[in-house]
Design a protein around this ligand. Structure first.
Ligand code: HEM
Length: 359
């Protein structure tokens, strides 16, 4: 049997035969079309790798019991996704060496195809946990309308399975330490938040130079902050925020995430803290990509509609805000208080949260 070669292992004959410019087929080759094709194909390969990593993370975090060392492994894969996202962002710089006029040499030949039909991109969104109800409508239809039957099946399967958001939420909701018989953390936290906000009120009231209208506005703002904090202590108020779609996490998951953020210096909470931070970073990078892509589209086609028929860069820009997945973890910062005001953990609780080898 012939020995394995580099080319055979990587199936390079097939891979390098997959670039077929439409402009050449039409008899007027456009130099930059190869760059356009190679860039998209490189994206799809990286999307494949990201899906592979996310599937592994979902399996780990979705297990009935998640050991500390498993959190480390999940984190490792998420950090890989973050690095890949860096490359995905950088690839835009390469594609932008193609000028709008060069793009026009072959753009019309691409109609009606569009990046909107990337099944792997939709699967990524679904595996992360983008909800159907969040999605902006495209050409007055659900997103699958743009996909062919086999892609629709694949993307649908990715949507039906539990997403990364789902498994992280369930894992947080069953986290121990959030309520401890030895220590009513939330009562003490509430007392300190009240003290912090009362001090802020006094500061505003004491500002002698402040015009009355500005003082009123600042005090109103302070009361709104107080209301926001109330949702932490009152599940009914929290559920109201959820019903208004201002929060997505369940109440127990939200409390656990907040506790992790506040006490992340405790050794056992380090892994969970880094995991939540990785989710924030992935969401931020995806938003950055969406925005960079929208700017690139504006630069390439101005305000023309897309080859797929959408309002082009206008639709894409709106997805930057509408298609966020881990927004709740960004919003946790609202509820942080200075370390100096954090309730001190009783010795038994600290013991549980620490590693013992140096005890
Ligand atoms: C010259 C460069 C590009 C232009 C002018 C362009 C244009 C567009 C436009 C106008 C849309 C909106 C849908 C439509 O009506 O067609 C779109 C969507 C999309 N494009 Fe691009 N694109 C470019 C490069 C890329 C690259 C390199 C990728 C990498 C995979 C990509 C992936 C996507 C994806 C995933 C969507 C769907 C986004 C969403 O619905 O949130 N595009 N593109």
């Amino acid at each position: 049997m012939a020995s394995l070669t580099y080319g055979k292992y990587l199936r390079l004959k097939e891979l390098l035969a997959c670039q077929a410019p439409e402009s050449a087929k039409a008899g007027r080759p456009a130099h930059d079309e190869l760059l356009f094709i190679v860039t998209h194909q490189a994206y799809e390969l990286w999307f494949k790798q990201c899906l592979h990593e996310l599937d592994a993370v979902i399996a780990i975090v979705g297990a009935d019991f998640v050991h500390e060392r498993d959190v480390g492994r999940a984190l490792h894969y998420l950090e890989r996704v973050i690095r890949i996202q860096g490359v995905l962002l950088d690839q835009i710089d390469i594609l932008e060496t193609m000028t709008p006029l060069d793009f026009l040499d072959f753009r019309n030949l691409l109609t009606p195809s569009s990046g909107f039909q990337s099944a792997q991109f939709r699967s990524l969104e679904n595996r992360l946990g983008l909800e159907r109800t969040q999605r902006l409508r495209y050409n007055e239809a659900e997103y699958e309308a743009a996909l062919d039957a086999s892609d629709r099946r694949r993307v649908g399967a990715a949507e039906r399975e539990p997403s990364l958001f789902d498994v992280v939420e369930a894992w947080l909701a069953r986290m121990p330490f959030v309520r401890s018989p030895e220590f009513d953390f939330w009562r003490e936290y509430r007392a300190n938040v009240t003290r912090m906000l009362d001090e802020d009120r006094e500061t505003i009231e004491r500002k002698a130079q402040l015009p009355a209208a500005a003082r009123r506005a600042q005090l109103d703002e302070l009361e709104r902050t107080r209301e926001t904090f109330e949702a932490v202590f009152d599940p009914v108020k929290y559920e109201r925020l959820r019903a208004a779609r201002q929060r997505r996490l369940s109440y127990p998951a939200f409390l656990a995430a907040l506790m992790i953020m506040l006490y992340r210096d405790e050794p056992i909470l380090q892994g969970p803290f880094r995991l939540l931070t990785a989710l924030v970073e992935i969401d931020e990078n995806l938003s950055l990509w969406r925005y960079r892509h929208a700017l690139m589209v504006h630069r390439m086609i101005g305000t023309k509609i897309g080859t797929g028929g959408s309002s082009g860069q206008d639709y894409l820009r709106r997805t930057v805000e509408a298609h966020r997945v881990f927004l709740d973890f960004f919003n946790l910062s609202t509820y942080l208080i200075p370390r100096s005001m954090l309730p001190r953990l009783p010795a038994e609780v600290r013991e549980q949260l620490g590693f013992r080898w140096n005890a």
